[in-house]
Design a protein around this ligand. Structure first.
Ligand SMILES: Nc1nc2c(ncn2[C@@H]2O[C@H](COP(=O)(O)OP(=O)(O)OP(=O)(O)O)[C@@H](O)[C@H]2O)c(=O)[nH]1
Ligand SMILES: [Mg+2]
Length: 335
């Protein structure tokens, strides 16, 4: 995944690495190539713009670190900006609710909701020791409910018995009731897909959300989604309100656009990555690890980090010495 983005991004920064000193034109040229690499990877234009502006601002404000070349410093800043774009720290699944903790799965048609529901159910059972019930609210596609039942069987979790002709809100009520009575810790609600953002189905999701009061509403999105990722994420977040994102098909040759755009436009974390069709192919999403994979400059990043820590401790020591001598000044206060 991200191979072509990784190659281009790394190449665009290699020029900086080779130079001893940098002027503004060098940096502009490198950032122009970073911008092209991101656009070619289908990252949405407003996201790319803000990414580049952010780095430029940081370059201007950045302190010079002893022993670190300007080129290395820029590489480190690009890496930091990538980590931030991917969401910063990794985020765990939230189960902090009076049981059953309800997780609502939403997303476009074929994005991987049903598969991810099965993956998550399996993970919660195996890794978190939870008793999980799943229920399908997809009454529109023939056999969709049966598909979830068979996924649940593979995941070795319970699924709500199917009642023919029942509508989504009634299923939701019955699922909540069954989860409470059955002493389940978690209830996963799989919903119907939609081809585009569709007002009628969105309304239905809003009603289901109101009824179920989920602790997590996860937007399941295909990592191959290009420029449209921004519209999809915005629409779901504005109408329903999501608490996290699951990117599926990261095992394919995703260009990266969705991964790099969706957190930025929603402010919500990417919690998991789907890495295949099998039920154990779900991984927690770690922004730092993904950023290192995209920008193949791990050695430089850790070198700059160490130099920066060393400089900070040297500065702290110097200011402590000055304080001992009673020479503490405003600069020490401002840090
Ligand atoms: N390679 C790969 N395939 C996946 C992944 N997640 C889901 N799929 C496949 O994508 C296809 C659609 O997955 P579903 O889980 O049925 O998608 P859905 O969102 O429930 O679809 P609808 O209910 O029709 O909206 C299936 O063939 C899955 O096996 C993934 O992470 N990697
Ligand atoms: Mg489905």
């Amino acid at each position: 995944m991200f191979e072509s983005l990784s190659k281009k991004l790394t190449a665009s920064l290699d020029q900086l690495f080779r130079k001893g000193t940098l002027n503004e034109a060098d940096i502009d040229a490198a950032l122009r190539e970073v911008r092209i690499a991101l656009l070619e990877a289908d990252v949405a234009l407003p996201v790319v713009r803000s990414f580049i502006a952010d780095i430029k601002e940081k370059i201007i404000g950045e302190k010079v670190i002893a022993g670190v070349s300007p080129g290395n410093m820029v590489i480190k800043l690009v890496y930091d900006a990538l980590v931030a774009l991917l969401g910063g720290a990794s985020a765990e699944i939230n189960l902090a609710a009076t049981p059953p903790a309800v997780i609502l799965m939403v997303g476009l048609q074929g994005s991987g909701k049903t598969t991810t529901t099965g993956k998550l159910a399996k993970r919660l059972r195996e890794k978190h020791n939870k008793r999980v019930l799943v229920a399908s609210l997809d009454v529109y596609r023939p056999a969709a409910q049966q598909q979830l039942a068979s996924v649940a069987e593979t995941a070795q979790v319970d699924s709500l018995p199917i009642v023919a002709g029942e509508m989504p809100q009634a299923i939701t009520k019955r699922a909540l009731d069954a989860a409470r009575k059955g002493g389940f810790d978690v209830l996963l609600l799989d919903t119907a897909g939609r081809l585009h953002v569709d007002a009628e189905l969105m309304d239905e999701l809003k009603n289901v959300k109101q009824l179920a009061q989920p602790v997590e509403t996860l937007l399941v999105a295909d990592a191959m989604t290009g420029q449209d990722a921004v519209n999809i994420a915005t629409a779901f977040h504005e109408t329903i309100g999501i608490t996290g994102i699951v990117l599926t098909r990261l095992d394919g040759d995703a260009r990266g656009g969705a991964a790099l755009s969706m957190h930025h436009v929603t402010g919500q974390p990417i919690k998991f990555a789907g890495m295949g069709e099998k039920l154990d192919a779900l991984e927690p999403f770690h922004p730092e690890r993904i950023a290192s994979r995209i920008l193949d400059k791990g050695d430089i990043v850790s070198f700059v980090e160490k130099a920066s820590v060393a400089m900070q401790s040297a500065e702290a020591e110097a200011s402590a010495k000055r304080a001992m001598k009673g020479q503490f000044d405003m600069n020490d206060m401002l840090g």
